[in-house]
Ligand binder design. Structure first.
Ligand code: NPQ
Ligand code: MG
Length: 376
């Protein structure tokens, strides 16, 4: 638990919005192509001011079972009413109050973040300090989508290396893996490189995945499905490349199970996927005690989640560069007036109270496609 706890807030209500934010270029993974980021922004309304959070679901349940309209429904019908039943609310109690609702971790995480931001802002405390950050900037990696062909991938990677990103992750899927990885290695030599399959393989593909061993990758991320912990452990014994889990790590318990089984030698921590930044810190602590390296994943966050990710990635156990890239990696225009920028391959950990961001009200309004306010 991050010490000391935040002060409780007097909750007046929540405002939820669905935003559609254009991406700078299409982003293709093994599960599909996105051209617009659909995301839910949460505003906690309190007696001491607003707090902001972000529900990182996508429009369709492809990365995980959660998706925008499901999160919207559970938030308005179940999560927000449970919290508004409380007169005052400490951020550390949000997950406890929401525990009876099974799953829906991204929805819970976005709401918890809004309450946490409001509480910390009211106290003048930065999120990084509260979570236990030990750095004022973090090394920035970039996730590169599947391109038309290996030559186009090499061009895309060159652009990011020229910008200064310190680690490259390329998305792979069956048939778009070995040649792609070989092309990037051939073009750029020994750069820090890893691949992400987003669950696109099965154990029957172990021979193909073993071909990746010759590229000295930092890791292979989530080759198999979310609930394939035992198969990941079997695969890990057949590969020299370290296996990293993303989708499978839905909680501290899932992380402990994965480590016990030998299913992962690295873990990608995403606060949304695990139900919030506090649960993310607990997984960080578990992995640190087990000497398992972790890194901070990304979900194409707006400036809200991106600021929080920078703070999380500044904890001592985050020993590998994360997917915490500059806002400009995905967006021409963000909904914050001070978006994260790349400086010498790093992004700065915000130092202002709470998330340390300022919302750009005009951009927020321009991207809003749906809105609901609930008051107690
Ligand atoms: C990953 N992110 O690490 C995810 C996958 C991902 C930066 O590679 C909408 C909703 C679009 C969820 C695109 C990165 C998404 C998404 C990619 C998740 O696996
Ligand atoms: Mg991933």
């Amino acid at each position: 638990m991050p010490a000391p706890p935040a002060s409780p807030v007097a909750l007046d209500g929540f405002e939820l919005r669905v935003l559609h934010i254009p991406l700078v270029s299409p982003f293709t993974t093994s599960f599909g192509t996105e051209t617009v980021r659909e995301v839910i922004v949460v505003r906690a309304l309190t007696a001491d001011g607003d707090g902001w959070g972000e529900i990182v679901t996508g429009a369709a349940p492809l990365y995980s079972s959660e998706y925008t309209q499901g999160a919207w429904d559970v938030a308005l019908r179940h999560l927000v009413p449970a919290l508004l039943d409380q007169r005052t609310l400490a951020p550390e109690d949000v997950a406890v109050i929401l525990r009876p609702v099974v799953g829906h971790r991204m929805a819970k995480a976005g709401i918890e973040l809004a309450v946490l931001d409001a509480a910390l802002r009211a106290q003048g405390r930065p999120l990084g300090e509260y979570l236990g950050a030990v750095r004022d900037r973090v090394p920035s990696g970039v996730s590169v989508g599947i391109q038309r062909d290996p030559a186009a991938l090499v061009d895309a990677v060159r652009g990011y290396l020229d910008e200064g990103y310190v680690r490259i992750k390329i998305k792979i899927k069956p048939g778009r893996d070995i040649a792609e990885t070989a092309a990037v290695r051939d073009a750029f030599g020994t750069i820090p490189l890893q691949v992400d399959a987003n669950s696109a393989y099965t154990l029957a593909d172990a021979d193909v995945l073993a071909e990746l061993d010759r590229f000295d990758l930092l890791l292979i991320e989530q080759p198999l499905q979310e609930d394939d912990l035992v198969d990941h452990a079997t695969l890990a014994r057949q590969l020299r490349t370290p296996v990293c889990l993303d989708e499978s790590i839905t909680s501290h318990k899932a992380a402990a199970d994965a480590l016990a089984l030998g299913a992962a030698s690295v873990i990608n921590i995403k606060a949304g996927r695990v139900g919030g930044y506090l649960e993310a810190v607990r997984i960080h602590d578990l992995c640190r005690d087990a000497a398992i390296p972790v890194w901070c994943g990304g979900m194409l966050e707006t400036g809200i989640g991106r600021a929080a990710n920078a703070a999380l990635a500044a904890l001592p156990g985050f020993t590998l560069p994360g997917d915490v890239s500059a806002s400009s990696r995905f967006y021409h225009r963000d909904i914050v007036s001070d978006p994260l920028e790349l400086e010498d391959g790093h992004v700065r950990v915000p130092t202002g109270p709470g998330l340390g961001i300022r919302i750009d009200p005009i951009a927020l309004e321009d991207f809003t496609v749906e809105r609901e306010t609930v008051r107690r």
